[in-house]
Ligand binder design. Sequence first.
Ligand code: FMN
Length: 369
Amino acid sequence: MSVLFSPLEIGPITVPNRIAIAPMCQYSANDGCATDWHLQLVMNYGMSGAATVILEATGVTREGRISHGCLGLYSDACEYALGRVLHAARAVALPGTKFGIQLAHAGRKASTHVNWMGSGPLGAGESPWRTVAPSAIPYGPDWHTPAAMEDDEIEATVAAFAQAAKRAVRLGFDIIEIHAAHGYLMHEFHSPVSNKRTDKWGGDAERRLRFPLAVAEAARAEIPKHIATGARLTGTDYLDDGLTADDAVRFASELKKRGYDFVCVSSGNIVLGGRPASGVGFNVPNAAKVRKEAGIVTRTAGLIAEPRQAEEIVATRGVDQIAIARAQIDDPRWGWRAAEKLGVKLQLPPQMRRVTTGQWPGLKLVRPQ
Ligand SMILES: Cc1cc2nc3c(=O)[nH]c(=O)nc-3n(C[C@H](O)[C@H](O)[C@H](O)COP(=O)(O)O)c2cc1C
């Protein structure tokens, strides 16, 4: 029996398998609004066989986007455009598929080129914008120096997360995830590498968690109980003076106390050119520690490409759910192949069921090897 294809309860929802599509920025939005690119992508995600689909990092403010092409949820126009995508994806999704959104603020990593242009900071003639962070320290050499946020700016940003959560609820997402990893604003407040404040928003571990937890509480207050609520967080900064798995356990425990249903444990990216991650499932040990010590449903991602690796991770290595990013792009029906390899029958929409079960006499499809 496959564990990968067994159901998982994530707070108030149940998903029929443990495969998630990790959030992936597409740099294809128009002033934060989803386009036809997102329409095809998310419809395909819905048909992929992954029971959990998390949409890309979505800016809670215009300035909180990474690039001019990033998705946002800060205006009625953004909300409308995303509604069209979600509605269409639901119409074709495999039974039981749940859709989530990742709410984010890019902090000092905002105002950059789209990734196929190198992801570096926007130059003077490229409509750059003012970036913000806990402290006025750039992400790397030649990056924008962010403004250290004033109290009122911090409070307005907390409110923006709440407002975006409200929009996500109105859109009908099943899952809402806040992005507290990968060197973006919430992570910047949490990590001692980027937060050098001496006021109530910085200092010891408790104070560095104040902003992430303020965001978490404000978002949670807007999300009704039937929606699974979680956060993506950092298992390690890979730096001697950075966050460790113990910090992740503490953060996850605080989130759980505040009614959070799950976390996704990732790592790295608090500074430019940090230690490159390597190895299949490189975040798995930290994720397993968080799950064990914080007692919360835990997902992880990182170089998981083979169905049997995924099966082994959820069956024996102490995490509840795996997410795939690049493997999904490589094979948009990764979930179908995984089911086939693990000897599982996927629940398909009736339009597909008939042709894939060979109900056309005399016309047996043989796939070239
Ligand atoms: C094109 C691309 C865009 C990404 N965008 C996001 C994002 O919006 N939010 C996020 O948390 N992680 C993002 N990531 C990281 C992935 O979610 C994932 O954690 C990482 O790629 C490792 O998984 P993989 O080895 O299966 O690709 C992105 C990765 C890729 C390849």
